[in-house]
Design a protein around this ligand. Structure first.
Ligand SMILES: Cc1cc2nc3c(=O)[nH]c(=O)nc-3n(C[C@H](O)[C@H](O)[C@H](O)COP(=O)(O)OP(=O)(O)OC[C@H]3O[C@@H](n4cnc5c(N)ncnc54)[C@H](O)[C@@H]3O)c2cc1C
Length: 423
């Protein structure tokens, strides 16, 4: 898959979310002996299961952007705001916010956008390859993504983002209301216009996760479920083993892919890996009254809408918090209130009895993932911090990490993703 195979090594991946699974898969394809460790079971809940399943080369603006600062500040007074930055006086949280503010500039976005484009396009190709291998388990709905705008202001913001995408060579279609409606003949749409990204796609995260787990088992990867890594043991400049309640697990290369919990693991080797949770919710209608053809984002409400077979998932909201997965019903209600403003066929009764799911997106202050080796130990790599793009960017993350393990040059520039950038 990746050209000439490197000398086989013992690779230990910590974390069985989409980032860890994809990393283990690519490393196994390189012929390494791979061990994957997760504190939960194979079906245990994690951020990678309930997300919106969008694979989005169009998402080239990181969370840390001037627009997010504005929305975040407004949210201080509004607990129902799609992006919520609560006032908290915890030093770690305040440091993260300060780092976020420093990164959220137009010039940083201009630097990050082409890098994210390259990583996302690599990942899109990765999903195509996984789909060829497992068409049932990695269904790739290549119907594009519709950014639906209900207000002139929302549309203007989308058009600005579309211009940036166009400048970077991505395919973009600007649609008036009727042109957007023609693409979704079964849906009534209350919108003023839309932007369509034809290259975007979507899948079903829980199927992708289950398929990767089955694929890893078949490829001979040693899977340690219900096993928590409690620490990393050093030997000189290297990590020698990870500690678990069942004893140590040794290896030659170690990858931290623990999502929001990665910061605690990194602390063990004095690697500062600032992360805050971006808590979000989703709920899935098993039999919706109408089913869109393409995935969509209700832009002003920041709600993602993804058809998954016959089901329809709505996902959204981002609340910066710690490791707290409790559900704030006010924020779920705000999502339910917003949906009929775009899709008038839906009403509150459609959502009666839903079971909201909560996930913690691992968010770095500059909105960019941590992918790469760290100077803190010769044989330690990091694959986390993807915020709202972790599902989309997983195959590229796995590919880049396995290239680094093999000593190959990754196919895209990765300097912006260095795990040492806050060290
Ligand atoms: C509402 C919502 C919608 C989203 N929609 C999208 C979308 O459409 N497209 C997209 O690209 N992204 C989306 N995301 C973001 C995406 O879900 C995340 O970026 C991604 O799932 C993160 O994957 P991960 O593997 O890094 O973390 P996780 O899935 O959280 O996995 C981390 C794993 O590490 C394990 N772990 C941690 N510490 C230890 C330890 N010490 N020992 C053993 N195991 C450990 C945990 O048990 C867990 O299983 C969405 C997120 C949310 C919340």
């Amino acid at each position: 898959m990746n050209g000439r195979l490197p000398a086989p090594r013992q690779v230990v991946v910590i974390g069985g979310g989409i980032a860890g699974l994809a990393t283990a898969w690519y490393a196994a394809q390189d012929g390494h002996r791979v061990t994957l460790i997760d504190r939960g079971g194979p079906e245990g809940d994690r951020c990678s299961l309930g997300n919106a399943g969008m694979i989005v080369p169009s998402h080239i603006v990181p969370l840390a952007s001037p627009g997010s600062v504005k929305t975040g500040l407004l949210s201080l007074a509004n607990p129902r705001s799609p992006l919520r930055v609560p006032a908290r006086f915890d030093p770690e949280y305040l440091r993260w916010c300060w780092q976020f503010l420093r990164a959220a500039t137009a010039s940083r976005v201009a630097l990050a956008a082409p890098a994210l484009r390259d990583l996302a396009l690599l990942s899109r190709r990765g999903y195509e390859a996984l789909t060829l291998l497992w068409p049932q388990g990695v269904p790739l709905a290549e119907h594009g993504l519709l950014m639906l705008a209900r207000t002139a202001h929302g549309l203007r913001e989308e058009l600005d983002a579309a211009k940036l995408a166009q400048r970077l060579g991505l395919a973009v279609e600007i649609l008036d209301r009727d042109a957007a409606a023609a693409l979704e003949p079964h849906l009534d749409l209350t919108i003023v216009g839309a932007v369509r990204y034809p290259l975007d796609a979507h899948s079903v995260p829980q199927r992708v996760v289950a398929t990767l787990i089955a694929g890893l088992a078949e490829a001979g990867v040693e899977l340690h479920w219900n096993t928590e890594v409690t620490g990393l043991r050093r030997s000189g400049s290297r990590v020698a083993a990870v500690a678990t309640a069942a004893g140590e697990i040794g290896g030659e290369e170690f990858v931290i892919a623990g999502g929001m919990w990665s910061a605690a693991l990194a602390r063990d080797i004095d690697l500062p890996l600032p992360l805050l949770s971006g808590k979000g919710y989703s709920f899935t209608l098993a039999a919706p009254r109408v089913l869109p053809h393409a995935g969509a984002i209700l832009t002003e409400a920041r709600i993602a809408v993804t058809p998954m077979g016959k089901a329809l998932r709505f996902a959204g909201t981002m609340e910066l918090c710690g490791l707290d997965r409790s559900i704030d019903q006010r924020r779920v209600a705000a999502m339910i209130d917003a949906i009929p403003r775009y899709y008038p066929q839906f009403g509150p009764a459609d959502f009666a009895g839903i079971t909201p799911w909560a996930g913690l997106r691992p968010c770095s202050p500059d909105g960019l993932p941590y992918i790469g080796r760290t100077r803190r130990a010769d044989n330690l790599l990091v694959a986390t911090g993807h915020a709202m793009m972790g599902f989309s960017l997983a195959p590229a993350t796995g590919r880049v990490i396995s290239d680094l393990i093999a000593g190959r040059e990754p196919p895209v520039p990765i300097n912006l993703y260095s795990p040492d950038r806050y060290g």
